[in-house]
Ligand binder design. Structure first.
Ligand SMILES: *[C@@H]1O[C@H](CO)[C@@H](O)[C@H](O)[C@H]1NC(C)=O
Ligand SMILES: *[C@@H]1O[C@H](CO)[C@@H](O)[C@H](O)[C@H]1NC(C)=O
Ligand SMILES: *[C@@H]1O[C@H](CO)[C@@H](O)[C@H](O)[C@H]1NC(C)=O
Ligand SMILES: *[C@@H]1O[C@H](CO)[C@@H](O)[C@H](O)[C@H]1NC(C)=O
Ligand SMILES: [Ca+2]
Length: 442
């Protein structure tokens, strides 16, 4: 039997970068001495606890006869019946521990005529970055196995890897093609010789997602490969090349039977979280750090848009940077041109400045308000209303520095609400202060 732990260490040795998975601790690994650093959720068997569906499972509709031929054993026949606990072979058996006894998921018997394809689907409920997929069969492997992945919860599927005794016939793909830097997102077809593997005592498929791909040791800087290893769902399709007459003689004994399915990977958080949790809607999501947010920490928080979002790398945590809005806004917007002009230092523009402020950093007072210089610009009362007098002032807009309204002739005061010496108040809205004519007779 091949256990998850054995594969885990196998892949840890295969990829030096996975050696950090061996030191698992509970503390926050996204900061070191209060400085943001690249961090990752733990490496795990992604299928554990996940719902797996199969297009066909024996004994679901009716009792059926199943016969399995294990290696070095005679053909053994039994009844499959989902209503009898000791005679059922559900998809749950793909992910149980296989102890003390090996348990198998078994498909319904294959019928004549074809198709003979049966599929298994695993829904992760979130994006994960996958390292390997391993399938352990209970008997001889099928003639062909195709692995597909989806990055959008099953709307679109792309081939991940093919295994076949006849790659050209089944998939139109030449076996053992070479992957270059130009086609790193291409699925390969590996020959499958009756499925019996030399390495393990049971026929096993172990697909390593990055093997043979040139940029696999430079994943940080390869968006193409980051995409390649990302999946929300996996579909596995088994197929057999059976002649009609071959099947006719033994059709009640042909099944697909798998004892273990494991998928090694990590919850995808783009280097900005070290764990994933279930949210209030029952959905998995990253616990984002470095001022990021989203289920995959795929964007910066609203007030942290001063630099463009980027995935964390070992060299740079790419923490999202807070915009300077002087405390008058909770939201800013990233502007590429400003960022370029600033020599890649700052590109945020504050949005919806409150407290009567305005400007890219909410750093001055909006029209009809003036700056109260006795308090700091970050103060809620930093901008005061001009409050210009309706009749005494020529307009509503005051001097933004000292609050002086534009007064009409003979009018004074910051708000233009007093008559100057030598002037007297009138009832006129147009000329509120009139020159006194007292001097006329002296
Ligand atoms: C199940 O078995 C019953 C009785 O043997 C039979 O009438 C029925 O057609 C079977 N259903 C299927 C889906 O094979
Ligand atoms: C495991 O197999 C043995 C021998 O076939 C059987 O006696 C035992 O009940 C099985 N254990 C379980 C938990 O199914
Ligand atoms: C089997 O193959 C046929 C033809 O390619 C396809 O239409 C069908 O959906 C497949 N069934 C499963 C369960 O994969
Ligand atoms: C194809 O690759 C497999 C596994 O890497 C290897 O065993 C086999 O010899 C290769 N076949 C050819 C024709 O290169
Ligand atoms: Ca099992």
């Amino acid at each position: 039997m091949i256990s998850f732990h054995r594969l885990f260490f196998f892949f840890a040795l295969l990829y030096p970068s996975f050696q950090d998975i061996l030191d698992l601790d509970e503390e926050d690994t996204c900061y070191e001495n209060n400085k943001p650093v690249f961090c990752l959720p733990k490496f795990e068997n992604v299928v554990e606890g996940k719902k797996i569906t199969a297009s066909s499972t024996c004994g679901l509709k009716n009792k059926s006869r199943i016969c399995l031929k294990k290696r070095n054993e005679y053909l053994k026949c039994d009844v499959c019946d989902s209503t009898d606990r000791t005679k059922q072979h559900p998809t749950d058996f793909l992910t149980d521990s296989d102890t003390p006894n090996k348990t198998c998921w078994i498909s319904e018997a294959l019928m004549t005529p074809p198709p003979h394809n049966v599929s298994i689907r695993i829904h992760f409920g979130k994006s994960f970055e996958l390292t390997y997929i391993s399938i352990v069969f209970c008997q001889d492997a099928p003639d062909s196995v195709a692995l597909y992945k989806s990055m959008d919860y099953g709307q679109h599927w792309t081939p991940f890897q093919y295994y076949s005794s006849s790659c050209m016939d089944f998939y139109g793909v030449r076996p053992n093609q070479t992957i270059t830097r130009d086609n790193e997102q291409e699925a390969l077809c590996s020959p499958l010789k009756g499925g019996v593997s030399a390495t393990y005592d049971t026929p096993t498929i172990a697909f390593s997602t990055l093997e043979h791909r040139p940029n696999s040791f430079n994943l940080d800087n390869s968006p193409v490969l980051q995409d390649w290893v990302t999946a929300t769902d996996i579909k596995i399709i088994f197929d057999r090349l059976l002649q009609n007459n071959a099947l006719a003689s033994s059709y009640m004994t042909m099944h697909y039977a798998v004892s273990d399915l494991s998928i090694g990977g990590r919850c995808k958080c783009n280097g900005h979280a070290d764990r994933c949790i279930t949210d209030e809607f029952g959905r998995l999501k990253c616990v984002c750090k470095h001022n990021t947010e989203g289920r995959d920490c795929e964007r910066c928080k609203p007030l942290y848009q001063d630099k463009p979002w980027a995935r964390a790398t070992k060299q740079n945590a790419n923490e999202c940077v807070r915009c300077n809005c002087n405390g008058h806004s909770n939201v800013c917007r990233f502007n590429k041109e400003l960022y370029e002009w600033s020599g890649h230092t700052s590109g945020g523009i504050c949005q919806d400045c409150k407290h009567n402020t305005a400007g890219r950093f909410c750093h001055y007072c909006k029209e009809k308000y003036y700056r109260d210089v006795t308090v700091k610009i970050s103060h809620e009362q930093a901008c005061k209303a001009c409050d210009c007098h309706h009749y005494g002032s020529k307009g509503k807009v005051c001097n933004s520095a000292n609050g002086q309204c534009p007064c009409k002739v003979g009018v004074i005061g910051r708000k233009c609400n007093l008559c100057a010496t030598g002037y007297q108040q009138t009832r006129s809205k147009i000329v509120p202060c009139q020159r006194k004519i007292s001097g006329l007779y002296n």
